[in-house]
Design a binder for this molecule. Structure first.
Ligand code: G4P
Length: 529
């Protein structure tokens, strides 16, 4: 197949939701439609299998949350679909934010009964800021939930989106009769059948079909006609450009558990969702169809096998063809690296591949060369933008609990920070090390992994910090900046890149400091924007 065709057939996206809205179930059902798995349940049971063989995953299994993100790829109607899985748990939100830098679009799953929840709001805000095309899937229609129009209002209000339904439910919960597909203009009747397999459902093309009336009754049809008129009157018609520009969000309804409404979503998705998009680097915009390869690391995964200490760096290919055994330029380290066994992902398996295309994710075995955000190219010195560290909110001093293992501890901390598990700050005053995280759970993950992967033991000590923010001043010799550094010496640290960080002990003191030193700039992401 031609290079350009390969690019055009790829759809790389993420599914985001508040935990329990049905992200895993929907992912599984998409794989089922893609023929990548034969029975639902495979993805979850695979997670448990991994848990049994890996210490790290044991944490995930015990807690029943997804600590790691992964890639699931399959083919559907000549399209190559790459789903980047995102952890829903809020303590791992930073992982999800980073994964969002590697997707070309997203599907947001919302529980019909719970409506828009906190985690969804945060994640959608990031997507909105980045103008990522969004499709909304309202799930669990087989349960009693909120009225469809109320939900659409809530999505617009709480998520700041402009929606247009592309499917509409007939009834809900006990009275759930089916779905009108506005995209294909037909009706499918809901039958609760085998939840694990795809069942053939009858589609009716006309609302006047007698069989349809027999199936759902006259009252439901009248109700549907009214609803559709309202939809037509209230919401804008779907416009693909507006969707791709991030200005309009189509909404689908369904029940992932019952395989209902999922195919409608998928069939529309492959038509409207974007193929791999151009991406900004520091010097220029890179187009996917450029012949030179380039890509960036958005995720580093600890090896699941305790006998192999290497890691897997997930690289999103932005341009060109990534080829096995070809030397590529590691821009930050200014050196060439060759990869003899790059992994591609297919359903829940990974396999060595010779070539990968823009939109694809390759997993590269890494012995410590990569950090989150690193760029790989055919030779050009460019750096992809947009993988910031977020201002952490939980802080603890980290101490070595086994003096014989100091070297292992520092190596472990260094590598875990490169993976993006947390951030390390060194206090200017006394050189003590502080770990900052977005969620409290990471402290346990760090302690556990240091012990199991590096044989090192650490202990924590509480530290009263409200928030860390990066600071700078246009003129480093500005008297205000010098005064700030003198007065706040106790609260200053450097991050791993040597950037100056202010550890504010309360929201009040942060605000006061900002007011007192207007010449000093305070930033809440490491990108300093
Ligand atoms: P998540 O990844 O977003 O956290 O959610 P997940 O898919 O694990 O789904 C959360 C729960 O919601 C699961 O139930 C799942 O079966 C259920 N669910 C998903 N889609 C639907 C749907 O369309 N209708 C109904 N009624 N339920 C749905 P669970 O009891 O927590 O887990 P399980 O024992 O079923 O695996």
């Amino acid at each position: 197949m031609e290079f350009l065709q390969e690019i055009q057939r790829r759809r790389t996206f993420g599914i985001i939701s508040h935990p329990d809205a049905g992200k895993t179930t929907l992912t599984e059902k998409l794989l089922l439609y893609g023929g990548a798995i034969q029975e639902a349940g495979a993805v979850k049971s695979n997670k448990i299998k991994k848990g049994a063989t890996s210490d790290f995953m044991e944490i995930e299994r015990q807690r029943g949350i997804s600590v790691a993100t992964s890639v699931l790829a399959f083919n559907y109607q000549h399209k190559k679909i790459n789903i980047l899985d995102t952890p829903g748990h809020k303590d791992f939100a930073e992982d999800t934010f980073r994964t969002l830098t590697a997707v070309d679009s997203v599907i947001v799953v919302i529980d019909v009964a719970k409506g828009v929840e906190e985690q969804t709001e945060k994640l959608v805000e990031v997507c909105r800021m980045r103008k990522i095309p969004i499709i909304v899937f309202i799930n669990k229609l087989d349960r009693e939930g909120k009225d469809a129009f109320d939900l659409l209002d809530e999505v617009e209000l709480k998520l700041g989106l402009k929606v247009t339904p592309l499917s509409f439910p007939i009834g809900m919960g006990y009275n759930f009769k089916g779905i009108y597909n506005l995209w294909e203009q037909n009706i499918k009747i809901f039958e609760s059948t085998d939840k694990q397999k795809i069942a053939e459902t009858t589609a009716y093309d006309s609302l006047e079909d007698e069989e349809l009336e027999k199936a759902i009754g006259k009252a439901s049809i009248s109700e549907l006609i009214e609803s559709l008129e309202l939809v037509k009157g209230v919401y804008p018609a779907f416009d693909q450009k507006e969707y791709l520009d991030g200005n309009l969000q189509p909404v689908f309804f369904g029940s992932a558990l019952n395989n209902f409404g999922v195919q409608e979503l998928l069939d529309c998705f492959i038509h409207i969702a974007p193929a791999p998009l151009p991406k900004s680097a520091d010097k220029r915009l890179i187009q996917p169809n450029e012949s030179a390869f380039s890509g960036f690391v958005f995720k580093i995964h600890a090896n699941m096998d305790p006998n192999h200490r290497d890691r897997l760096a997930f690289v999103k290919i932005v341009s060109g063809i990534f080829k096995r055994n070809t030397p590529y330029f590691h821009v930050r380290q200014k050196k060439k690296l060759k990869f003899s066994s790059p992994n591609a992902f297919f359903a829940e398996k990974k396999e060595v591949v010779d070539e990968s295309f823009p939109g694809d994710i390759v997993g590269l075995h890494d012995t410590g060369n990569f950090k989150i955000g690193d760029t790989l190219t055919s030779g050009e010195e460019i750096q992809y933008k947009g993988i910031p560290s977020f201002s952490p909110e939980h802080f603890r001093f980290i101490n070595n609990a086994d003096p014989m293992k100091a070297k292992q501890l520092f190596k472990g901390i260094d590598q875990l920070m490169d993976e993006g598990v947390a951030q390390l700050f060194t206090l200017n005053l006394n050189g003590r090390k502080v770990i900052g995280t977005v969620g409290a759970l990471q402290f346990e993950v760090i302690q556990y992994r240091l012990l199991h992967e590096y044989g090192a033991q650490c202990s924590y000590e509480n530290l009263n910090v409200h928030k860390a923010c990066w600071v700078s001043c246009e003129n480093p010799d500005h008297p205000e900046f010098i005064e700030f550094k003198r007065v706040k010496q106790k609260f200053l640290a450097v991050d791993k890149q040597g950037q100056l960080v202010f550890l504010a002990d309360s929201a009040f003191s942060l605000q006061m400091t900002q007011q007192k030193y207007p010449a000093v700039s305070f930033f809440f992401t490491s990108e300093m924007k």
